[in-house]
Design a protein around this ligand. Structure first.
Ligand code: F3S
Length: 64
């Protein structure tokens, strides 16, 4: 499972981090890190919750 954050869409709401901090760490600028990349299977549920929490729909998950 691969996580991508569209930095053009991300507005720094940090709802993803609030929902799943282990998957969506914030950088020093308060925005989620651009390259999340591959995550382990045990974080998939948290990743989906965090993706759904983003009001900008900036997070996409590729199951491959
Ligand atoms: Fe950005 Fe959405 Fe998270 S706007 S900081 S990806 S909640």
């Amino acid at each position: 499972m691969h996580i991508t954050v569209d930095k053009e869409l991300c507005a720094g709401h940090a709802m993803c981090n609030l929902a799943a901090p282990e998957v969506y760490p914030l950088g020093e600028d308060g925005f989620v890190l651009a390259e999340i990349g591959e995550i382990p299977a045990e974080q998939e549920r948290a990743a989906r919750i965090g993706m759904t929490a983003c009001p900008e729909r900036a997070i996409s998950i590729d199951p491959a």
